[in-house]
Design a protein around this ligand. Structure first.
Ligand code: BEZ
Ligand code: FE
Length: 282
């Protein structure tokens, strides 16, 4: 093999430098595939120097956009479908179990623990919706002590953390714990679609690809129970105009729930949605 890197031998030239005495087998595998695909990509598109400079500037600004509250790299991973691909690979569940989807950047730990039936919409805006169902195992048996950590945007399409001082703290967030019947029940709003943040490099990338930044309306849930796999998911509004073009590819058919108009009382909608957890051992 030639002593120095050439266009033809570039992959082998880099891989030959991996020192197996100091590199774990897993890291070797990852770096071998990464270098191979990266060099193949550069060769396939015959990247110009100017394009590579643009890419470096893009990545630099992506890092500079990150703060403790904002993770632009994750947003780029989300909008390129990588977050959902990693999620799919890591959550291959029994088909009877509720499917996972992307966590997103707006979960906040420590939301108020509320009694069943409580209303999490603190700003009084939007169409009220009662979310109700059971948390069960693969055989349909109720799961007691399941914790449902739920959050959604408000009627204007913003999470409380995006509008501190405008929305009440913990608006549209709460934690509910099931009893022996596995039932849950809370009032929130029928969520609305909203754009992912587009004022940074991810927004530029979407614009460059001619893509819109919207997510179809959804309510987030993290469901945990002793002995069961953690579920990170959404309930989607199936008739949303963006349901087939989610900017972060998070939609799954099984996660679209019916939103049924309710004639009675103050609540406009009912969303029935059962949650099926897979056992930890599976
Ligand atoms: C969300 O659903 O909250 C979300 C997910 C990915 C990127 C941005 C927002
Ligand atoms: Fe969301």
């Amino acid at each position: 093999m030639a002593k120095y890197l050439t266009e033809d031998n570039s992959i082998q030239a880099v891989l030959a430098r991996i020192n197996d005495d100091e590199c774990s087998p897993r890291f070797r595998r990852i770096m071998t595939a990464l270098v191979t695909h990266l060099h193949d990509f550069v060769k396939e598109v015959e990247l110009s120097q100017q394009e590579w400079d643009v890419a470096i500037d893009f990545l630099t600004r992506t890092g500079q956009t990150c703060t403790p509250e904002r993770q632009e790299f994750i947003l780029i991973s989300d909008t390129l479908g990588v977050s959902m691909l990693v999620d799919a690979i890591n959550n291959r569940r029994d088909t009877r179990a509720t499917e996972n989807t992307v966590l997103g950047p707006f979960h906040v730990a420590g939301a108020p623990e509320l009694p069943m039936g409580a209303n999490i919409s603190l700003d009084g805006k939007g169409e009220t919706c009662r979310f109700s169902g059971r948390v069960v195992d693969l055989d349909g048996q109720p799961i007691a002590d399941a914790r449902l950590d739920v959050w959604s945007d408000n009627a204007e399409g913003f999470y409380d953390v995006q509008q501190p001082g405008v929305q009440p703290k913990w608006n549209n967030r709460g934690i509910f714990t099931t009893g022996p019947d596995g039932a849950y029940d809370f009032v929130g709003i029928k969520p609305v679609s909203y754009p992912v943040p587009v004022d940074g490099p991810a927004g530029e990338m979407l614009t460059g690809m001619g893509r819109h930044p919207y997510r179809p309306a959804h309510t987030h849930l993290i469901v945990t129970a002793p002995g069961f796999q953690k579920l990170v998911t959404h309930i989607f509004v199936g008739e949303d105009p963006y349901i087939d073009s989610d900017a972060v590819f998070g939609v799954k058919e099984s996660l679209m729930a019916p939103f049924q108009p309710l004639a009675d009382g103050d609540t406009a909608w009912l969303c029935p949605f059962d949650i099926v957890l897979a056992p930890e051992s599976a």
